[in-house]
Every structure is written in C-alpha cells, then in structure tokens.
Design a protein around this ligand. Structure first.
Ligand SMILES: *Cc1c(COP(=O)(O)O)cnc(C)c1O
Length: 395
C-alpha cells in the first residue's frame, strides 16, 4: 500500500493478503487454528509469532488481519484489533487499560450499553467515573484533573446528535497525561479525522456503516501499535471477544463501498433536514450538518461540514404523535440499527433509552416525541414524500 493513497483507494486495496491462488476477492479463512510443520515450529511460534504467523483464531486470523489492516489504513491508525461487536470494542478498550483506583471522565450522553459499561461495570472494579455534559468545555475542564487516566465520549451522541469538540477535549486530557478514547460511530470513518484532532484510541461498531447492510455484528479498536499489541491484544485474546473470520470478510466487502454509501446516505439526510425545517408537526429537527444545529461551526471544522447519516425529529404531539408517525411510514422500517442501506427509525424513549430514569431522559433531551432516523440508500425524493405523508397522519 502506498502512503499517497487516498482513503477510497485504501478502503478497496488496504490490507490484502493473497493466497497462492491469486484470488481477486479476499479469501475467508474459516478456520479456528493453524497447522505447524513440526513440534519445533509450534514451540517457536508460541514463543514469538512472526508477521502473518497465526496460532488460534481467538488470537488472530488472516481474514480478520486483512480487515484490521484495511480499517487502520483508512482511519490513519498504526494498528487495530477487531472484535465480536461494537460493545466488545468499547468494553475491551476500557477494561484492558484501566485498573482499580483509576479515574475516568466521560460524556453523559452515551449509547445505552456504553453507559452501562462505564456506570455499572467499571465502577464495580474500583474505577471512578465522572460524567459531564459533553458539549460544555467548562465541565470537561473542571472534571479532568491530574490523576485522570482516561477520557471517553461519543464524537456525536445518540440520539440527540450533540457534537463533542475532539481537539479541545484532547488538549485538556493530554495536559494531564490522560488517554482519549472516542466512540466514533456516528461520525463514520468517511467524515472522521479523529486521530489528527487528538484522539489516542478510536472505537467503531462495525455493525453500523461498515457492514451497512444489517448482516453482522462487529467492532474495532484503533490506536498506536504499542497500545493495540501490548494493552488491547492480551486482554482481548484471553477474554474471548475476537471477531469471526466470516464477519471480517463481510466487513472487508463493506469497507470497499463504505465511502459511496455513507456520502449518498449523508446527502439524503441533509435533503431531509432541509425539507423538514419549520414543519408544523415538529418541535425540533436535529441534524449536525444543517446550519440550524447549535454546533454547526464545530461540525464544519470537525467533520468537513457533513452531519453524517442520522437525524432526529421531535414531534410536537409527544409519544402519541411519534408512534402514529412511525406506524404511517411505508418505506423505512422500525428497528434500532443505524447506518444501514434501509432507512430505519426508532423511538429512543421507549426502546434504546427505555432503561434511563425520567430525569436522565430529560437531561439528555430524550423527549416523548423524539424519533431517530438513520437515512438509507433509497431515493431521497421517495423518502421525503413518505416522511411528509406520515407527518400529516401524525398531526
Ligand atoms: C451501536 C453502537 C455501539 C455498540 O455496537 P454493537 O456492534 O451493537 O455492539 C456502541 N456505540 C455506539 C455509538 C453505537 O451506535
């Protein structure tokens, strides 16, 4: 791979390991283990496995290695470790680096399972976790102090699409020697420059845009070679959250079309955000790429102006209107994945964020009328027409 290659070229050719057959499409090495030429060779490999020498699929596998190298190349990371799901990546990155007595500062607006890992699991092992409003730099400044070991946030929060200033928060964290871990799902690799902006570790659920067609669960932890091989790999390979070779193959194919899909979906999301501004049935239209977003300038600087593929709509008529709206749609489906070719809507207050007490829902802006829409690859005009007719029925 050439250092001059642009992301789209890396996403197609990065990480390829061809077998002796010279296959064009990457091979699926659907094997748990590897045969050694001799007892001595086995002993030698366990002592120190060389480049492209594999031992057991929980430790590594050629198809999984292709995926890891391709996404690392795309994101501009030194290295990556592929995991069984996005949550295996989030929990693995945090658990592998933290110990009892460490302090973590995290944004409060998090995906439900991320919140559970930080609030319920890490604290059980003696890690101290402090939550802040991710959009408020003063709160980050007050919470990050000498002794803070790690800082964690979603670069765009789910479902209210608040944006965290990666550069500013990283500066505060680095001043006290803390590691910055960014869950970057909503930004997508296409619009992300998180490493250049200061992130030390970038985490993706590959289930979302990288697959993009609703087939697999997967995740990846990206960082320096030192962090991935010395901290993450020993934890992951011994605790069992590794990615399946079949999943890695699906995701390799997904990465080849990622840029085209994400740009098309983000274009349609913007078109919907434009069309829905000021609609009588809506109290709010939240889309980071629209000038009406409270952090539009930050989005311009951090994501090259695109707001990603997800928007959230707040129906003035509350939950009754939101349910009527969802039930009246004919093209998008009601489900909770995102980044998919199919447009998907969900009602966070009663599904993904149901577990949260009311005061936390209020604090996070998860109102009864809020619906999250992941915009797919359908014709944008069809989607706008369908959303408009469903809003009409919801009023
Ligand atoms: C979906 C998601 C995850 C978890 O990913 P899974 O692949 O479902 O385990 C973590 N963080 C964010 C922001 C997500 O959207």
């Amino acid at each position: 791979m050439s250092d001059d290659w642009h992301p789209r070229t890396r996403a197609v050719h990065g990480g390829v390991r061809r077998s002796q057959y010279g296959e064009v499409s990457e091979a699926i090495f659907l094997t748990q283990g590897f045969v050694y030429d001799s007892a001595e060779a086995a002993a030698q490999r366990f002592e120190a496995a060389g480049e492209d020498e594999f031992i057991y699929a929980r430790y590594g596998n050629p198809t999984v290695a292709m995926f890891e190298d391709r996404i690392a190349a795309l994101e501009g990371a030194e290295d990556g470790f592929a995991t069984a799901s996005g949550m295996a990546a989030v929990s693995g990155a945090l658990m592998s680096m933290l110990k009892a007595g460490d302090r973590v500062v995290s944004a409060r607006a998090l995906f439900g399972s991320c919140l559970y890992v930080l609030e319920d699991i890490l604290t059980r092992y003696g890690v101290q976790v402090e939550f802040v409003d991710g959009t408020d730099l003063d709160q980050w400044r007050a919470a990050i102090s000498p002794g803070t070991r790690a800082v964690f946030f979603e670069s765009i929060s789910n479902p209210t699409l608040e944006v965290v200033d990666i550069t500013a928060v990283s500066e505060l964290a680095h001043a006290v020697g803390a590691t910055v871990l960014v869950d970057n799902v909503f930004a997508t690799p296409v619009y992300s420059d998180a490493f250049a902006q200061g992130a030390d570790v970038v985490i993706y659920s590959a289930t979302k845009h990288m697959d993009g067609q609703g087939r697999t669960l997967g995740g990846v932890i990206l960082g320096t070679q030192e962090f991935i091989r010395k901290t993450v790999e020993p934890y992951m390979k011994h605790t069992g959250g590794s990615m399946s070779p079949f999943t890695a193959w699906v995701l390799l194919k997904g990465l080849e079309t990622l840029d085209l899909r994400v740009r098309a979906q983000a274009g349609s999301a913007r078109a919907l955000a434009d069309a829905l501004q000021g609609h009588a049935a809506l109290a709010r239209v939240l889309y980071p790429g629209h000038p009406s977003h409270a952090q539009h300038a930050l989005v311009q600087a951090q994501m090259g102006g695109s707001g990603g593929t997800v928007l959230s709509l707040d129906l003035s008529g509350g939950q009754t209107a939101a349910f009527k709206f969802l039930n009246a749609l004919t093209i998008p489906v009601i489900s909770n994945n995102l980044g998919d070719a199919k447009s998907i809507l969900t009602h966070p207050a009663t599904t993904t964020h149901q577990r949260l007490p009311q005061d936390q829902k209020d604090a996070l802006g998860i109102t009864p009328g809020l619906v999250r829409m992941s915009v797919g690859l359908e014709d944008a005009g069809d989607l706008i027409e369908d959303v408009m007719q469903a809003l009409e029925k919801a009023q």
